[in-house]
Design a protein around this ligand. Structure first.
Ligand code: AMP
Ligand code: ZN
Length: 117
């Protein structure tokens, strides 16, 4: 279920400016910032400002937002001159999700191979 803000959510605190982050991209519904523990030379997160816990919690009414999150990832990669990159979303603990505010990982800056390499 999507609520506007979850006061206990780490990424909602970043959206609210209560935690520092290195913002690269922001509009009225999306924020992108550097991952604090980068898995590649380029590792940013793209998040909706609205609190949605996981991909499973998006509704059909979020279809436009989901598209704009992907377009923001594309823009971020273009702005940083990445010739290729990966966009990934972990879903639930079993899928590697640790922060339960849905986010896209945008990874690049090194050769990436296969699904996980
Ligand atoms: P996930 O495992 O998909 O939930 O990814 C959560 C990501 O959030 C991890 O890659 C963390 O390194 C990153 N992360 C956690 N706290 C912060 C923070 N305060 N600022 C930026 N990235 C963070
Ligand atoms: Zn949140």
């Amino acid at each position: 279920m999507a609520n506007a803000v979850d006061p206990d959510c780490l990424f909602c605190k970043i959206v609210a400016g209560k935690l520092p982050s290195d913002h690269a991209y922001e509009d009225d519904e999306i924020l992108a910032f550097k991952d604090i523990h980068p898995q590649a030379p380029f590792h940013w997160l793209v998040i909706p400002k609205v609190h949605v816990a996981t991909l499973n919690d998006f509704d059909p009414e979020h279809a436009g937002l989901i598209g704009r999150l992907l377009l923001a990832a594309k823009q971020l990669a273009a702005d940083h001159g990445l010739p290729g990159y990966r966009v990934a979303m972990n879903v639930n603990r079993e899928g590697g999700q640790v922060v339960f505010h849905a986010h896209l990982h945008v990874l690049g800056g090194r050769p990436l191979k296969g699904a996980l390499g």
